[in-house]
Design a protein around this ligand. Structure first.
Ligand code: PLP
Length: 417
C-alpha cells in the first residue's frame, strides 16, 4: 500500500451518485493492483498531496494545498530536455486516424487541448475536485446554471454578489421558468430561502461588500433540503478557501482575478466534487463552445506559480490598508474580511470618491481586482450593485507597502471632506 496519508476512503452519500469507477487504479508499493471495493466505497490515492494519479480528492481529510502546490500543480513529470511548463498547443484539428472513440488523443480543439489538461489538473488539485476550464468566469457560471436548471427549478442566489450573475439569471433563467430567490450573503437568509430549492449559489466573500457566511453550515442544510450548492470562490482563491472541502458540490471562479494576478487574461473554471458533474459541464463546454484559448490558459498556468507569494504580500498590505482606513475619521466605514486583497470603503459621497481616485498615484482606476497593480473603482458607477455612491472597491497590489499607504493617505487628504 502507498503511505497511509496518501490513501483516503470515498464515502458515498445515501443514494448519491458517488461511485468511483474508470480511471482510478490502485496498486500497492510493489505495483500489485488493489481491486476497488464494490460496496459503495472506493479507496483512492489523493491527488492533493504527492500523488497525481486520481481525478479528485474526497474532501474527508485535510489536504490544503499551499505555496508548494501552486508552484507544481498540473506540471508534467520531469522529462529530459523538456520545459517545466510545456508551451501552449495551438490546434483546431489534430492528426487523428481511424474511427471515433479510438484512444484518448485529442482530435479537435473544441473538445480537448493538451494545454487545458495541465491547467485543469492544477485547478483540480487546488480545489480538491475535478476542474473544467472555461473562457471566462461568466462562461463557467453559465455552464453550471444552464446545465442544471430548467422549468420549475428554484435558484437561491446572492442579492449582493457579482451583479452579472443576476443579469444572467434574469435574462436566461427566469424566461425558462426558473424561480430565482435573491438573498443577502448571510447563512440565516440563505437557510430561510431553502424550501424546494434546486441550487444554492453562494459568493463568500461577496463582491463588492465582502460579506462572508459559513459555507459548511449552509451546504449541510442545503443538501438536507435536497439542493445542490455552488460557491463562487473568486475572492478567496483555493489557497484560502476550499468550498468542496466545506461540502459544496461546485467551486467556481473567475481566473482573471487574483488566481492569475497579472490583469492580462480572462478565464474561468468550475471544479466539481463529483466527476459525473464535471463530465456534464465538459459536454456543455463542447456543445456551447465556451472554450478557453490555449494561450490564455498557458499564461494562467504560468502565473499560478506565484499565487502564494502574491497572496501573502497582498493580504499583508490589504490588512495595513484596512487599518489605515479604519483609523481615518473621514472614512465612514471600511471592510476587509481578513483574507484576500480587496478592501471596500465609503469615501463619503460620489464626488469625494472621484477626487480620491484622481489624487491617488499608485492606484489605477480600473474595474476587476486581484492584480499585482493596485487598482480601485467607485463601484456605483456601473449601477449593478446596491451600494452607496461613495463606495470604493480597492484591490491591493504588490507595490511597496509603505509607498502604498502613503499614497492612499495623501489621496484621502487631497480629496478633502
Ligand atoms: N465572480 C466574481 C466574484 C467576479 O468578481 C467576476 C468578475 O468580476 C466574475 C465572477 C465573472 O468573471 P469573468 O469576468 O471572468 O467572467
Amino acid at each position: 500500500m502507498p503511505g497511509d496519508e496518501e490513501q483516503v476512503v470515498i464515502k458515498v452519500r445515501d443514494g448519491g451518485p458517488y461511485k468511483v469507477t474508470g480511471p482510478i487504479r490502485l496498486t500497492d508499493a510493489d505495483g500489485v493492483e488493489i481491486p476497488l471495493p464494490d460496496d459503495g466505497r472506493a479507496v483512492v490515492l489523493c491527488r492533493c498531496g504527492r500523488s497525481r494519479t486520481t481525478p479528485f480528492c474526497d474532501r474527508s481529510h485535510v489536504c490544503r494545498p499551499g505555496d508548494t502546490a501552486v508552484v507544481h500543480a498540473g506540471l508534467p513529470a520531469p522529462t529530459q530536455g523538456a520545459p517545466f511548463l510545456p508551451g501552449p498547443v495551438f490546434a483546431a484539428p489534430f492528426h487523428f486516424e481511424g474511427d471515433a472513440g479510438e484512444g484518448e488523443a485529442p482530435f479537435y480543439g473544441r473538445y480537448a487541448n493538451p494545454t487545458w489538461a495541465g491547467w485543469e489538473a492544477a485547478l483540480g488539485e487546488l480545489e480538491g475536485g475535478e476542474a473544467v476550464a472555461f473562457a471566462s468566469g461568466m462562461a463557467a457560471a453559465s455552464a453550471v446554471l444552464l446545465e442544471l436548471l430548467g422549468p420549475g427549478d428554484v435558484l437561491v442566489a446572492p442579492s449582493d454578489g457579482y451583479y452579472t450573475l443576476r443579469t444572467l439569471a434574469e435574462r436566461q433563467l427566469v424566461p425558462r421558468g426558473v424561480e430565482v430567490r435573491y438573498v443577502p450573503t448571510s447563512a440565516a437568509a440563505v437557510l430561510d430561502a431553502l424550501e424546494s430549492a434546486t441550487l444554492v449559489w453562494l459568493e463568500s466573500p461577496s463582491n463588492p461588500l465582502l460579506d462572508v457566511l459559513d459555507i459548511a453550515a449552509v451546504a449541510a442544510e442545503a443538501h438536507d433540503a435536497g439542493a445542490l450548492v455552488a460557491v463562487d470562490n473568486t475572492l478567496a482563491t483555493p489557497l484560502r478557501q476550499r468550498p468542496l472541502e466545506l461540502g459544496a458540490d461546485f467551486a467556481m471562479a473567475s481566473a482573471a482575478k487574483q488566481l492569475t494576478g497579472h490583469s492580462d487574461l480572462v478565464l474561468g473554471y468550475v471544479a466539481a466534487a463529483e466527476p459525473f458533474r464535471a463530465a456534464a459541464l465538459r459536454t456543455w463546454r463542447t456543445t456551447t463552445g465556451s472554450i478557453p484559448g490555449p494561450f490564455e490558459v498557458w499564461l494562467a498556468h504560468r502565473s499560478l506559480a506565484t499565487l502564494g507569494v502574491r497572496v501573502e504580500r497582498q493580504e499583508r498590505s490589504a490588512a495595513a490598508v484596512a487599518q489605515l482606513l479604519a483609523a481615518r475619521a473621514d472614512v465612514p466605514w471600511s471592510r476587509w474580511p481578513g483574507l484576500g486583497c480587496v478592501v471596500s470603503f465609503d469615501a463619503g459621497d460620489a464626488d469625494r470618491a472621484r477626487r480620491f481616485l484622481h489624487a491617488a498615484k499608485l492606484v489605477a482606476e480600473a474595474t476587476s481586482f486581484g492584480g499585482v497593480h493596485t487598482s480601485a473603482e467607485r463601484r456605483a458607477r456601473w449601477g449593478g450593485d446596491d451600494v452607496s455612491p461613495g463606495v470604493i472597491r480597492l484591490s491591493v497590489g504588490v507595490e511597496d507597502r509603505q509607498d502604498l499607504l502613503a499614497d492612499i493617505a495623501q489621496a484621502l487628504d487631497a480629496a478633502g471632506s
